[in-house]
Design a protein around this ligand. Structure first.
Ligand code: SAT
Ligand code: MN
Length: 608
């Protein structure tokens, strides 16, 4: 059989055998018009963004340098969890929280979907690296995609192109391993058929083969479905690698807190998508003398250092933040970051003077075009922007970026925060008794559903460690991995674990805690707990502060609301017990007994 010739296929800027073989195999299956090896250059960015403008996918913004607006297909707006699969060889390794199909069966289905799926399009090969390029063991990947939108988004979100490809061989010339990540929009073009601004397919699959460290995605062009370095690689596949190698891949921001005495603390915090993680990561403290710098807003990889402490690295290179609600008050640093330009905005509103706007931003325009392409005015009944609309912007532009953000060593974590969005029950903050109890807090984390994934908004679901849609293996084994991690270091070197809830509400639905910059008061209390400086009292659910234990100086809030935000309501907690029990039953036999013990102990403390 003679090899198929596809323009560009043989112009590979690499001799990496496994990469070349995989690219050829995919090109022969998907049958693109041409193959382009992505180098990540300025010229390439210009060529691709020009092409996206010509195709009607992008509108160049007059008011922000080198920035673009896009509106997706209305059926392609968020991660599709019901179409997301962990295809482990053994179903028991996928567990009750993931969709599963046998790898062979899934591959047979998807191979037929991919057959000819790039016809009429260009196939791009994007070498990328998650985390610092100069890591001793760089975490490499290659995304193959037929979406220019994905290529330019990956240029913001990852270290990619020639600089990544240069790491595909080590100093001795040996080929390094990489995670192959195949993405197709599933929208081939017949000869002469004109394209639509947002090609995608009604059939969607987001699939992980954990043993092979392989990702196959089909049919969606948006966010975590399509930018495969993010949730697919850095959480689902990386969590499996972390399980096997003894480290943690977590859905956590990383921030640096600097005290008035210039002491530095690093905090990692897990919240479900669209619960204010990006705002917390870039927070401007309202208490004088304290400063926050940012290292990441979504993902943390944590490994033990030689000193026995847990060090975190952010694998990403950009922010993919929820737009609505972001403004000069809630997140001034995000506003400053996007104002520098070089950013993409998807499913927000486009103003008549060539800027973007979304709900919650200052100065609503008198008229704009909504994400659905319709006329919009402040009087409109419909929202201008989709609830999961996003800005995609380079981390390097963040004015409060910590200088050590690109350090392959990572930063030593002093505290881990778990948080969700709960109207009741969960107090503003509590501190775990120890690592195992903190793991219990994380494992039973709950939140009301947000718009980051399709589904019913507001419904309370358990979201362990904010990882429910991102654990690449059995949740019970994942909890065991957390428990075991705590046994691998001295207790005094482990981060202390806290559980927070910024979203508790009063009877009339108002938020009891002002949130945003005021959350620095909770961070300060937590840090002072580590230093043995702040007071707390023991409650059935952990150590909790009273209002007097928090620094509330200058806070404009009703003291009764603060008390209510901090309260541990025993009846509400007793009502929570059967929900936790049902959740643990769902996890089944693989639930570590230590977590059953924690539940029994909590029950006992609440009975007392
Ligand atoms: O769409 S993403 O998964 O990238 C964003 C998120 O839900 O955090
Ligand atoms: Mn996220």
């Amino acid at each position: 059989m003679t090899a198929v010739t596809i323009p560009g296929l043989d112009q590979a800027p690499t001799t990496h055998k496994r990469l070349l073989a995989w690219v050829r195999e995919v090109a022969e299956l998907t049958a693109p018009d041409q193959v382009v090896w992505v180098d990540g250059s300025e010229e390439e960015w210009t060529r691709l963004t020009d092409r996206l403008v010509a195709a009607g996918t992008f509108t160049r913004l007059d008011k922000k340098p080198n920035s673009f607006y896009a509106a997706s297909d209305p059926n392609d707006v968020a991660r599709v969890e019901e179409r997301t699969f962990i295809c482990s060889v053994d179903e028991a390794d996928s567990g009750p929280t993931n969709n599963w199909m046998a790898p062979d069966e899934m591959k047979a289905i998807m191979t037929e979907l991919y057959r000819g799926s790039m016809r009429g399009r260009t196939m791009y090969v994007i070498p990328f690296c998650m985390g610092p390029l100069d890591a001793e063991k760089p975490m490499l990947g290659v995304e193959i995609t037929d979406s220019e939108y994905v290529v330019v988004s990956m240029r913001i979100m990852t270290r990619m192109g020639a600089q990544a490809l240069a790491r595909f061989t080590d100093a001795d010339g040996n080929e390094r391993d990489f995670v192959p990540a195949l993405h197709s929009l599933g929208a081939p073009l017949a000869p002469g058929q004109s394209d639509v601004p947002w090609p995608c397919s009604d059939t969607k699959y987001i699939v992980h083969f954990p043993e092979e460290r392989l990702i196959w995605s089909y049919g969606s062009g948006y966010g975590g479905n399509a930018l495969l370095g993010k949730k697919c690689y850095s959480l689902r596949i990386a969590s499996v690698i972390g399980r096997d190698e003894g480290w943690l891949a977590e859905h956590m921001l990383i921030l640096k807190l600097i005290s008035p005495e210039n002491k530095v603390y690093y905090i990692a915090a897990a919240f479900p998508s669209a619960c204010g993680k990006t705002n917390l990561a870039m927070l401007e403290p309202t208490i004088p003398g304290w400063k926050v710098e940012t290292l990441g807003d979504d993902i943390a990889w944590m490994r033990f250092g030689e000193d026995g402490r847990l060090y975190a690295v952010n694998p990403e290179n950009g922010f993919f933040g929820v737009a609505p609600g972001t403004n000069w008050k809630t997140n001034p640093n995000a506003m400053r970051t996007i104002d520098k330009g070089n950013s993409l905005f998807t499913n927000v509103a486009l103003t008549d003077d060539g800027d973007i706007w979304w709900e919650g931003m200052e100065n609503p325009p008198a008229h704009a075009t909504s994400w659905k392409g319709e006329d919009w005015t402040p009087e409109s009944d419909e929202l201008s922007s989709h609830a999961n609309s996003r800005y995609c912007t380079p981390m390097a532009q963040c004015p409060v970026l910590a200088p050590e953000w690109d350090d392959p060593q990572g930063v030593p974590i002093s505290a881990i925060f778990f948080g969700g969005r709960r109207a009741t029950t969960i107090p503003l903050v509590s501190e775990s008794f120890d690592w195992q109890h903190g793991t219990f807090m994380g494992a039973t984390l709950s939140s009301e559903k947000t718009a980051a994934a399709t589904g019913n908004l507001g419904e309370v679901r358990r979201d362990p460690m904010a990882m429910l849609p991102f654990i690449g293996y059995h949740a019970g084994d994942y909890f065991r991995h957390w428990i075991e991690t705590g046994k691998r270091a001295d207790a005094d070197k482990l981060p202390k674990i806290f559980y927070v809830n910024w979203f508790r509400r009063g009877d009339d639905g108002r938020f009891l805690w002002p949130g945003f910059g005021e959350n620095s008061r909770v961070l300060k209390w937590a840090i002072e707990r580590l230093e043995g400086k702040a007071a707390a009292h023991e409650s059935p659910i952990g150590w909790v502060p009273t209002a007097a234990d928090l620094d509330l100086s200058g806070l404009d809030a009703d003291p009764a609301d603060i008390d209510a935000a901090l309260a541990v309501d025993l009846d509400e907690w007793r009502a929570e017990l059967p929900l936790i029990e049902a959740w643990f039953d769902k996890i089944g036999d693989k639930l570590p007994t230590s977590l059953r013990d924690e539940l029994a102990a909590l029950k006992q403390r609440l009975a007392g």
